[in-house]
Write a protein that binds this ligand. Sequence first.
Ligand code: ADP
Ligand code: MG
Ligand code: ZN
Length: 191
Amino acid sequence: MKTGYLEVIAGPMYSGKTEELIRLVKRAVLGKKRVQVFKHAIDTRYGVENKLYSHSGITVHSVRVKKAVDILKITHTHSHIVAIDEAQWFGPDLIAVTDRLLKSGKHVIIAGLALTFDRQPFVPIPDLMALAERVTKLTAVCTLCGADAMFHKRVTKEVPHVNPLTADPGFVSKLDTSVFQARCRQCFDLP
Ligand code: ADP
Ligand code: MG
Ligand code: ZN
């Protein structure tokens, strides 16, 4: 009987969680392990839907799922490793799903944000960190000072001035004024 093993990769945005997950997946494939990679359907970054994409551009094939239980449905009995990126979007249901995977002997690797952009625990990642055999906590580089950044913060991006009454509505709806920055403890409260 195989024993389950839970590994969690946590950190703020830009800390290299996806990069690390991809590194582990590629190593496992080299080691002839059968690996299945999932990410939440909410993540369609760079318009690529069936791949994990890191901010540095490296990729690996993945399956987009909407709900945590879908992971159970799609996981093959013969798979050794189940890797899940952007895991914070699955919410608390992911805890029971992970437990089921572990009980069936899978090595589960979960990457996700431990904290929201306003520094609140991002369920279920802190819970999964507590349940894990191994936790890798990563830091990004602070956008303002270059120190290790434990957090990410939502800041407002400078956008060209548009008059919403005269501008093309399609253009206005695409104007996303929020942007996220990695911030260290010292710089978090700065604008
Ligand atoms: P995550 O999944 O944690 O958001 P990624 O693995 O997608 O992170 O991206 C990590 C990469 O992002 C780094 O290797 C680097 O190339 C790039 N990057 C961009 N901004 C930053 C930053 N502020 N700190 C660290 N890395 C950054
Ligand atoms: Mg990522
Ligand atoms: Zn800083």
